[in-house]
Design a protein around this ligand. Structure first.
Ligand code: DAH
Length: 339
């Protein structure tokens, strides 16, 4: 009998069920009331007390092994069934979502590209600025109301340090370190303490432009900006310069382009005027040149500054600034393939 039980043990050890039905056959054969184990326990009762001891040992081993085998395969076969039921096809190729560039990055590169074709380099400056570079050197006297044009985020306890409110601060850094001729643009992030709405945000992007040389005139400024507007918005785009005020330019102007949406006929976007404003500009104030160590008798120059969000809105007809920051892939995917 002992020999028989040992053979059963070997059989149980080697048993691997392929289906649940197969496993059920195993249970019936060994573990059911009419199964092998019940029979063997009955048979054991007939044995002599000496034999019983040894038989009991091997018989218990067979029982444990059969039970373990059954419970292990029961759970693994059930788990397999769940995977099939969940309809997952592991052989399918993975979904391919190629990322896209953010529209602000696309337009920034395009602006850089347009100006680099006429000899402008790219320069950068820090986002955390001191008062000198953001205001004083740019001819904003202390306590001057012009500082209120730009609601500033100051660093706590230090009124000298702030998040830059415009990229005009980079003009100052370039002029302080580079002798003319200078022809540079400075794209970057700027910060203003403004309530967030469809038309305003506390973080946005600007591109500053600066050109300093002997005999630079307002005509150079105008021609440069006309070239930019036509490259960016199409060859039929018209520009218009309106007198304005900035502390760092004299004279100053604001530039409008003919509305890209209605071709100047008048629509909601241009408030029925046919024109939309895209940037501020002017001739660099001689005070600014002097502040930055440039000979204001020998040199003149022009500067301009535009918001990248605004240019992007006009180019792609986006009507809410907040969408740029929301990371909604349905918005971003529309720009895939544009570099
Ligand atoms: N810094 C101005 C602003 O943020 C924009 C600007 C206007 C820049 C005129 C210029 C300029 O360089 O000449 O509102």
């Amino acid at each position: 009998m002992q020999e028989k039980i040992k053979n059963y043990i070997l059989e149980v050890e080697g048993f691997i069920p392929s289906t649940e039905e197969h496993l059920e056959e195993f249970r019936l054969k060994y573990l059911s009331k009419k199964g092998i184990l019940s029979d063997l326990f009955l048979e054991m009762k007939e044995a002599s007390p000496d034999q019983k001891k040894d038989l009991g040992k091997v018989l218990n081993e067979l029982k444990t092994k059969a039970e373990e085998k059954y419970s292990t395969f029961k759970t693994s076969l059930e788990n397999n069934k769940e995977e099939v039921a969940s309809d997952k096809d592991l052989t399918l190729p993975s979904m391919r979502y190629l990322g896209s560039r953010h529209p602000i990055s696309i337009v920034r590169s395009e602006i850089v590209d347009i100006f680099s074709r006429i000899g402008f380099t790219v320069s950068e400056g820090p986002e955390i600025e001191d008062d000198w570079h953001n205001f004083s050197a740019l001819n904003f006297p202390e306590e001057h109301p012009a500082r209120d044009m730009q609601d500033t985020f100051f660093i706590q306890k230090n009124p000298d340090i702030a998040l830059r409110t415009h990229t005009s601060s980079v003009q100052v850094r370039v002029m302080e370190t580079t002798p003319p001729p200078i022809r540079t643009i400075s794209p970057g992030r700027v910060f203003r303490n403004e309530a967030i709405s469809a038309r305003a945000h506390c973080i946005f992007h600007q591109v500053e432009g600066l050109c300093i040389d002997e005999d630079i005139s307002f005509a150079d400024l105008k021609q440069t900006l006309l070239y930019f507007a036509r490259e960016m918005f199409g060859k039929d785009t018209k520009i218009r310069l309106r007198p304005s005020y900035f502390p760092f330019t004299e004279p100053s102007a604001e530039m409008d382009i003919s509305c890209t949406l209605c071709d100047g006929k008048g629509c909601n976007i241009c408030k029925h005027t046919g024109w939309t404003e895209i940037m501020g500009c002017g001739m660099v104030d001689p005070n600014v040149l002097t502040n930055c160590g440039i000979d204001a008798v020998k040199y003149t120059g022009f500067a301009f500054g535009m918001g990248i969000e605004r240019i992007t809105m006009l180019k792609y007809q986006i009507n809410d600034l907040r969408i740029y920051f929301e990371n909604d892939v349905r918005f971003l995917r529309q720009f895939s393939g544009i570099v």
